[in-house]
Design a protein around this ligand. Structure first.
Ligand code: SPV
Ligand code: MG
Length: 284
């Protein structure tokens, strides 16, 4: 099965698909090893690795390169976060062609205007007209080869404060336009608005959620509410920053790494993630 076929099956089977947000190939290998079913090539995390904010500063080529590095070493499918689709409908068409050619299983585009701002930034959350976004979806689906490539349409209606009615109306329009799944994003501290959305959703296509701010929501509760896919979008990135900072501070202050050695990954562990032995076997 191709990775796109695998992702398509995951969307439709009864088990909740658990997806880790990753920033690079190494973090993706860690997520895969733990057992996550797929990885999310996060625009927030990929921008952060470049030391830049998540506000459409990086180009499609930058994001595609990052997603390809991940896809090249991972066995699990990659869902690439493609923001607004990097422009208008023909940019979306080109995006689908390039991502599919790179072997990426699926992409996600969101109904905001370019340049978009990260969803947790208070200012500048400007929604796209739903008809304009639905057209992007139609063109995206027309641009792919075969039936397997996955397009997730993300509505930012709740992020923009437009409420559940608008989120549902948009999501239905996007499903009608051919989206394979709907991502409904929320920055609420509780899952209530997402639960209301799910309760009223006719389940014409599966629903994806990103419980970053409403992190108290357990996987089983989400499953009971009808969620198909959960993305833990940035916990790995945030853990990495905290851990690097604490470790480097201790090394700097102590003048040696003695106190951190038991806490950090061994060099052998990194070798293993790099599949050093497989590479050495190639030349033997
Ligand atoms: C990302 O991980 O880049 C996302 C999710 O799009 S969020 O940061 O919540 O917008
Ligand atoms: Mg993003």
């Amino acid at each position: 099965m191709s990775k796109a076929q695998q992702l398509r099956h995951m969307l439709l089977d009864s088990e909740v698909t658990r997806v880790a947000g990753v920033q690079d190939a190494l973090s993706a290998l860690v997520a895969e090893e733990i057992g996550f079913h797929a990885v999310w090539a996060s625009s927030f995390a990929i921008s952060a690795t470049r030391g830049l904010p998540d506000m459409s500063l990086l180009s499609m080529t930058d994001y595609l390169q990052a997603a390809s590095y991940i896809n090249d070493v991972c066995e699990v499918p990659v869902i690439a976060d493609c923001d607004t689709g990097f422009g208008d409908v023909l940019n979306v068409a080109y995006m689908v062609q390039r991502y599919q050619a790179a072997g990426i299983a699926g992409v996600c585009i969101e109904d905001k205007i370019f340049p978009k701002r990260n969803s947790f930034q208070d200012a500048g959350q400007v929604l796209e007209e739903p008809g304009v976004f639905a057209h992007k979806i139609e063109v995206a689906k027309k641009s792919q080869h075969g039936d397997d490539f996955v397009l997730i349409a993300r509505t930012e209606a709740l992020i923009a404060g437009e409420g559940t009615d608008d989120a549902l109306k948009r999501a239905l329009q996007y499903a009608d336009a051919g989206a394979d799944a709907i991502l409904v994003h929320s920055k609420s501290q509780t899952p209530h608005e997402v639960i209301e959305f799910l309760h009223r959703w006719p389940h014409v296509v599966p629903v994806v959620v990103v419980p970053t701010t409403y992190y108290n929501w357990h996987l089983n509760e989400a499953a009971n509410a009808g969620v198909a896919v959960i993305i833990y979008a940035n916990q790995g990135l945030r853990a990495a920053v905290r851990s690097m900072r604490d470790t480097l501070r201790q090394v700097y202050e102590a003048g040696s790494s003695v106190s951190v050695e038991p806490e950090i990954a061994s060099v052998a562990d990194i070798f293993r993630l790099q599949r050093l032995n497989d590479w050495l076997a190639l030349e033997s």
